[in-house]
Design a protein around this ligand. Structure first.
Ligand code: PLP
Length: 287
């Protein structure tokens, strides 16, 4: 079956999908995006993703191209046309096209909207979660508004590339004071010796992960103690468990940082419990 991509009001074959060379997303990374998990054909955590997209657009003063409900419809239709049961859907909105000028074009310039859906087989992910992943630490060289989900992802690409070169699957970014901000494309968590779950508080330095927010709801429900505060790598190395969260990974155990094991070097029991709690949530979310 050929893949179909949504571009500016049309559903077109993947090979024919294109945007203008002077699109501001291409020229300036003047664009925002969302990645949502697709589970059994439905969007997981749709409302939170749409709220964050609306906020990203508003922080950058990009007029919304259509209502959040219409954008969610585009995502669902792209999933349907590609017959994706399990996988992800990617939505990008750019400020639109125009001669390459730094100053914003007129508000009337139509925004560019692109939506791509992709099937991802769940089995390899379960295998990875059973083994846990390695982390490499890298300096956080991003701008000071990492709370906005922009396509300006070169620092994340550089960090992930370095991590992959060292056999690690994710990079944890370290701020100028030696604290972990977050993963290159995930939020970072540890579980203290006392069993308290710790993740950095929401601030312009990190992306307010949708999975992070839902996991905090689950921690409350499960009465698991948690703290939202920064932590250093030294504290992470003393932790009982560590994990990352993102829409595509859900809750993914971390078993080593810079080659040093976390806990006994295997996925922790609380992390595994939280992963299965999240799975249960995802199975019913939006169904
Ligand atoms: N932090 C960064 C920098 C990210 O790129 C992502 C996801 O791509 C996350 C955190 C996790 O966010 P979410 O749970 O909404 O996928």
């Amino acid at each position: 079956m050929s893949r179909i991509v949504y571009v500016n009001g049309r559903y077109v074959p993947y090979a024919k999908a294109a945007v203008h060379v002077e699109d501001r997303g291409f020229q300036f990374a003047d664009a925002v995006y969302e990645v949502c998990q697709v589970r059994d054909g439905h969007l997981v955590d749709e409302a939170r993703h749409m709220t964050r997209l609306t906020r990203s657009l508003s922080e950058l003063k990009i007029p919304a191209p259509m209502s959040a409900a219409a954008l969610a419809h585009v995502m669902r239709e792209t999933i349907r046309r590609n017959r994706v049961r399990n996988g992800l859907v990617y939505l990008q909105v750019t400020r639109g096209e125009g001669p390459r000028e730094f100053v914003f074009p007129s508000q009337d310039v139509p925004r560019t909207v692109v939506c791509i859906a992709r099937a991802v087989a769940p089995a390899p992910q379960h295998t990875t979660a059973g083994e846990g992943i390695a982390i490499k630490t890298m300096p956080d060289i991003r701008w000071r508004r990492s709370d906005i989900k922009t396509v300006m992802l070169l620092p994340a690409c550089l960090a992930k590339e370095a991590a992959h070169g060292d056999g690690a699957r994710e990079a944890w970014l370290i701020d100028d004071n030696g604290y972990v901000t977050e993963g290159a494309s995930s939020n970072a968590w540890i579980v203290s010796r006392e069993g308290t779950v710790i993740t950095r508080q929401i601030a312009p330095a990190i992306l307010a992960g949708v999975t992070r927010a839902t996991l905090i709801d689950l921690l409350r429900e499960e009465k698991v103690p948690y703290q939202e505060r920064p932590f250093r790598i030294a504290e992470a190395l003393e932790a009982r468990e560590a994990f990352i969260t993102s829409a595509t990974n859900t809750v993914m155990p971390v078993v080593s940082i810079d080659g040093q094991p976390i806990g006994d070097g295997r996925p922790g029991p609380l992390t595994q419990r939280l992963r299965s709690k999240f799975d249960q949530f995802a199975a019913i979310s939006g169904a």
